[in-house]
Design a binder for this molecule. Structure first.
Ligand code: FMN
Length: 439
């Protein structure tokens, strides 16, 4: 195979209890406190030569559905959930080559604290830390931090631009060569190479320099997921790996072309950005087995429509318990939360389709590209999709995971991809960014 290989990432649905009540989860009800599942996962994905694991996050207990915490707590929907930077530390300690991207929101951490946490992770891992840069979208989360609400959607991105400038200035406050560590002269750090930053913006200020010392990579790898036009502009300006969920080849290509054009317009090399598209393949030992599993997944999704709607309520701040499932979707619905998700649902409900129908399709259409079959069939489909879209890879978003889910991908699908020369068989570099930019 002569074409360029593509990149692989894994979207871990929070450092939360995973798949409570599902089969193949062992004794997750007790085990969720310990990081073993995540460590096993990171090691398996490193064996499969993934670029990175992205740990999703939010910092509140859901309450939007029916105005109650009950369903979220009873069914373990994104709660209990531990701090992702703590879990990232353990994953980095348990691995040697894979990148770990941790989600930290701009409203939860001052840029100084964020820059320090990320620099610490990058140092301890020898340059394998990434930051999934999110603005946050939940008023519930804002209230946990003593704020009243989130700023309006586009304003959040304006603030985030300034946040990035501040964090970048702090990472740059240690010039290359600042650490001398010369036993003869006795100098550890050349003080002339460590600068005050004196950043003063409209929303953020920091004096600096950063006391953690510099990142190994200069800065962590920046992951981003802007879906709206303003979000894409932000992602194209700052992101190095962009995770996206447009549905279908045409939408995937349009998204990637748009991000690349925006990047070029702000003076960046579009090839320095890797867009990874969400997939959740249904893998079977035969085509028939995969088809059976696909049907089972649809039934399962319908059985869990309440839990799925509760999750959707959480990310959009809309109480879906207040709507009749068998009535058309209210086209006037608006959110200051995840706009792209709501827009997709509304599209699926167009023409008077009911909430149940639209939501059933929302869950059924798969993610960016539908993948169902044997590992060979799926590997072939992934290759075709990449050829049609132009690049750059896939982010596995398997929902709540068990060790079985991880093994199906790491030990089932990835060897089939590698056999076709579609994904790497080894890491050529030591750091996350170098591996991401290697092809
Ligand atoms: C793969 C993926 C992962 C995301 N992870 C998080 C996350 O961990 N925390 C969060 O608050 N938002 C997360 N988001 C939401 C995005 O930050 C963003 O708000 C969303 O894609 C909608 O884009 P928009 O804000 O430009 O409309 C994620 C989105 C995607 C597609």
């Amino acid at each position: 195979m002569t074409e360029r290989p593509f990149h692989l990432g894994w979207f871990l649905q929070g450092s939360s209890v995973q798949a409570w009540g599902e089969p193949w989860t062992g004794t997750i009800g007790q085990d969720w406190r310990h990081p073993d599942l995540f460590i096993d996962m990171a090691r398996a994905l490193e064996r499969a030569c993934f670029d990175y694991v992205l740990i999703e996050d939010s910092s509140y207990v859901g309450e939007a559905y029916g105005g109650s915490r009950e369903i979220y707590l009873r069914d373990g929907l994104s709660v209990p959930r531990q701090d992702p930077s703590v879990v990232a530390t353990l994953l980095l300690a348990a691995t040697k080559r894979i990148g770990i991207a941790v989600t930290l929101a701009t409203f939860t951490h001052h840029p100084y604290l964020l820059a320090r946490i990320m620099a610490s992770l990058d140092q301890m891992s020898g340059g394998r830390a990434g930051w999934n840069m999110v603005t946050g979208s939940s008023d519930m989360a804002a209230r946990n931090l003593g704020l009243e609400a989130q700023p309006e959607h586009d304003l959040r991105y304006d603030m985030a631009d300034e946040y990035m400038a501040c964090a970048n200035a702090l990472w740059d406050s240690w010039e290359p060569g600042a650490i001398v560590a010369d036993p003869e002269s006795g100098v550890l750090v050349d003080h002339t190479k460590v600068r005050t930053v004196d950043f003063k913006g409209r929303w953020y200020a920091s004096r600096g320099p950063l006391n953690s010392g510099p990142c190994v990579q200069g800065r962590p790898v920046i992951a981003q997921a802007g879906g709206s036009p303003r979000g894409r502009q932000f992602a194209a300006t700052h992101g190095e790996t962009i995770v996206a969920n447009p549905k279908g080849i045409a939408a995937m290509k349009a998204y990637r072309d748009d991000v690349r054009a925006r990047a070029a317009a702000v003076g960046r090399d579009p090839d320095s950005i890797k867009v990874l598209f969400l997939v959740n393949p249904i893998i079977g030992e035969t085509a028939e087995h995969a088809e059976l599993r696909r049907r089972e997944r649809l039934l399962h999704a319908d059985r869990r429509i309440t839990q799925r709607l509760a999750h959707f309520s959480k990310v959009t701040n809309i109480d879906f318990a207040s709507f009749d499932l068998d009535q058309p979707i209210d086209e006037g619905l608006r959110t200051n939360g995840h706009q792209q998700n709501l827009d997709t649902l509304k599209r699926m409900g167009a023409g008077g389709r009911t909430l149940r129908q639209a939501f059933s399709d929302y869950g059924a259409t798969g993610l960016s590209v539908e993948l169902c079959g044997t590992v060979d069939a799926i590997a072939g489909r992934m290759a075709e999709a990449m050829q049609e879209v132009g690049g750059d890879g896939f982010l596995f978003s398997m929902g709540d995971v068990s060790r079985r889910t991880v093994a199906e991908v790491a030990d089932g699908l990835v060897p089939a991809l590698q056999a076709r020369g579609l994904t790497r068989r080894g890491y050529s570099h030591a750091t996350f960014r170098e591996n991401l930019l290697a092809f």
